[in-house]
Design a protein around this ligand. Structure first.
Ligand code: PLP
Length: 380
């Protein structure tokens, strides 16, 4: 794998460099905000937000993470096959067809329906019990039990059922990144519901080892939401979950997507650039070509909008982003063929995922996940 990636890097001089120390340091930064005994489950779904699930998981575990969270069984099995033995929870829908696989790989599963419990209990038979976390829908309207009475009943059933081991009860916040509104915001309403259900289930005798709710924004927002465990994702990769708060938590972007200029053309005024000539030079300009495009994950919407970073400054993307290439204007910069260019990297006025996300009215998560498999990851 590593050798193949090195060859791919040499062939195209394009790669996403991932700094393991920064990943580990972000994990330590977040862990330091938690009270004693609060566990941290690193969310490494979607190939660790594009950073590479196996390498990122190892870095987070080294930085103090206690467990890993993924979206699918396939992601969980991928981590196990790479030799990762830490606790893993699958956040997504449990398909009963995957129950045996989950048992074999000792992966914890999300449950929100009685029939899922039945399927797990059956699959476990007299062997190792299936590890489950009951999920509550307290406001996302996505996955989970909505009704509080039903939630209590499911928790009680899970805590008593043979072949099943209830490990946790959790929910997911829908608006933890909104402006902090102590006591009255949507997040505290969701937390109230989680706490009510847990209290009722415990009063009826359920043993609930772990209650958890917090994504990155909730973790950073208020210790009330930490409970027994937190599940950060984006903050571990070095991005603020709520940039609109205008607060820096000392997180370090760990990924630097780099490529090289493969051609520079000096063209007269009036020269159209790229498909449909949506950019036309207004003077003599130097137009550089980069060997990355939307098939690599550069959003086409950055056409005539985004900018990348060169050693000598910022260069705007001019004309439409193509599938495999894009053009930048380097007229006033010291730029040569072979110069290194950063598509996403450290925060700044250009060449950062946060800046591009702001420009496109989206979030860093989407842009990071979009960096495609054609871009080799280089771990340093
Ligand atoms: C993705 C995810 C998280 C992490 O969210 P961030 O906003 O990236 O911190 C936590 N919990 C669940 C269930 C998730 O799906």
């Amino acid at each position: 794998m590593v050798c193949l990636d090195l060859v791919r890097i040499v062939w195209r001089q394009t790669f996403a460099q991932v700094d393991r120390r920064r990943l580990a340091r972000n994990a330590r930064t977040l862990k330091a905000r938690l009270g004693p005994g609060v566990r941290m489950m690193a969310s490494v779904k979607a190939n660790a937000y594009g950073h590479g699930a196996v390498e990122a998981s190892r870095a987070f575990l080294a930085g103090g993470a206690d467990a890993l969270g993924v979206a699918t069984m396939e992601e969980a099995v991928g981590l196990r096959e790479a030799g990762i033995t830490a606790d893993i929870l699958v956040y997504g829908k449990l398909w009963s067809e995957s129950a045996l696989e989950a048992l074999r790989h000792d992966v914890a599963l999300t449950v929100y329906e009685m029939q899922e419990l039945d399927a797990l209990s059956g699959a476990a038979g007299s062997g190792r019990p299936a590890r489950v976390h009951v999920k509550l829908d307290t406001g996302m309207t996505r996955l989970g039990v909505r009704d509080e009475g039903e939630a209590v009943a499911l928790i009680l059933r899970a805590s008593r059922m043979p072949g099943v081991k209830l490990e946790g009860v959790y929910t997911h916040f829908a608006a933890a990144d909104e402006a902090p509104m102590p006591g009255t915001g949507r997040t505290s309403v969701q937390a109230d519901q989680l706490e009510r259900v847990v209290a009722r289930a415990r009063a009826s005798g359920a043993q609930i080892p772990s209650v958890h709710a917090a994504n990155s924004a909730a973790l950073l927002r208020d210790a009330r939401y930490h409970y027994d465990m937190v599940r950060p994702g984006i903050a571990l990769y070095g991005y603020e979950p709520a940039p609109q708060w205008g607060i820096s938590h000392g997180l370090l972007p760990a990924l630097s997507w780099q490529t090289q200029i493969v051609r520079i053309a000096e063209v007269p005024a009036g020269t159209p650039v790229s498909y449909a000539g949506t950019y036309v030079t207004s003077r003599t300009e130097r137009i550089a070509t980069l060997p990355v495009g939307y098939a690599d994950g550069v959003p086409r919407a950055l056409s005539n909008l985004g900018a990348v970073r060169l050693r000598s400054g910022c260069a705007p993307i001019v004309g439409r982003v193509c599938m495999d290439q894009l053009m930048i204007a380097v007229t006033d910069l010291d730029a040569r063929v072979g110069d290194q260019v950063e598509i996403y990297g450290a925060a700044g006025p250009c060449g950062s995922a946060q800046r591009a996300a702001d420009q496109l009215d989206t979030i860093t998560y989407e842009l990071l996940c979009a960096i495609s498999g054609r871009v080799p990851r280089l771990y340093v």
